[in-house]
Write a protein that binds this ligand. Structure first.
Ligand code: 5RP
Length: 222
C-alpha cells in the first residue's frame, strides 16, 4: 500500500473517533503536514457538525478555510475538544518527535490547549527510541549560535535549516545524533537553553492515543 493511502486511511480512522465529539459548540484542533491534511479533508465533510477549528500553522488554516471551515485563534477559543496531528517519530510510550514541517511551537500550544490529542501516523513513524529523525528546535534568530552550542553540549549535532522561517518569525535547528532514552528529561533540558522557543519532543504533552496505519489495517497505541 502506498504511504499516502496509509495516511488517508489513518485520517479517516481519526475522523471516526472524533465524530462523536462534534456538536455546534465543538472546537477541533488541527495539526500540520501531509497526514493532517488528509484529516482536514475528512473534516470538511463534517463542517456543519462543529463550531470551528484552531490550526497549528498558517498552511493548515488556509486549507481549512479553503474547505469553508471557520478558523479561530487559540486565544478566542474555549476549550478545544480534541487535537489531531501527525508526527515524525512515535515511541512505545507515545512520546513523539514533531516539527518536520517547522510548525512545532504552534502544534505544542494547540495540543496543550486540547482535552485530548490523537496522533495519526503510518507505521514508518514507529521507533523503539526517539532520535533517528533529527530533532527540530525553534530558536529566536539572534540566539541561533548560542542554542546550537548548548545542543552540542547535550550531545547533538545541530544543523540550521537554512531558508526556513517559522510562522512565529523564528529559525529551526535540526539536531542529529541524539539517542533520546529520556524524552521527558531532554525536552525540559532543551527548553532551558536560553533562546529556545520550543523543541520537537512531545513528552510532557505526549499523545493520549496514537492511531497507526499499516497494510494490515489500523491499530491503536494507548
Ligand atoms: C509538522 C509536523 C508533522 O506532523 C510531521 O512532520 C509529520 O508530517 P507528515 O504527516 O507530512 O509525515 O510535526 O511540523
Amino acid at each position: 500500500m502506498a504511504q499516502d493511502d496509509l495516511k488517508r486511511a489513518v485520517a479517516a480512522a481519526a475522523m471516526e473517533t472524533v465524530e462523536p465529539l462534534l456538536d455546534s459548540k465543538t472546537i477541533v484542533g488541527v495539526g500540520t503536514g501531509s497526514t493532517a491534511n488528509f484529516f482536514i479533508d475528512e473534516l470538511a465533510a463534517h463542517k456543519h457538525q462543529f463550531d470551528a477549528a484552531v490550526a497549528s500553522s498558517e498552511a493548515s488554516a488556509e486549507r481549512l478555510r479553503g474547505h469553508g471551515i471557520s478558523v479561530i485563534d487559540a486565544n478566542s477559543a474555549g476549550p478545544i475538544a480534541v487535537y489531531v496531528d501527525g508526527a515524525d517519530e512515535v515511541d512505545p510510550s507515545r512520546a513523539l518527535i514533531k516539527g518536520g514541517g517547522a510548525a512545532l511551537t504552534r502544534e505544542k500550544i494547540v495540543a496543550a490547549c486540547s482535552d485530548s490529542f490523537i496522533c495519526i501516523v503510518d507505521e514508518s513513524k514507529l521507533v523503539d527510541c526517539l532520535g533517528e529523525y533529527p530533532l527540530p528546535v525553534e530558536v529566536v534568530p539572534m540566539a541561533r549560535s548560542l542554542v546550537a552550542r548548548g545542543l552540542a553540549g547535550l550531545g547533538g549535532e545541530p544543523v540550521w535549516r537554512e531558508g526556513v522561517v517559522t510562522d512565529n518569525g523564528n529559525l529551526i535547528l535540526d539536531v542529529y545524533g541524539l539517542n533520546i532514552t529520556d524524552p521527558d528529561g531532554l525536552e525540559k533540558r532543551i527548553n532551558n537553553l536560553v533562546g529556545t522557543v520550543c523543541n520537537g519532543i512531545f513528552a510532557a504533552n505526549r499523545a493520549g492515543q496514537v492511531l497507526v496505519a499499516s497494510a494490515a489495517g489500523i491499530t491503536k497505541l494507548d
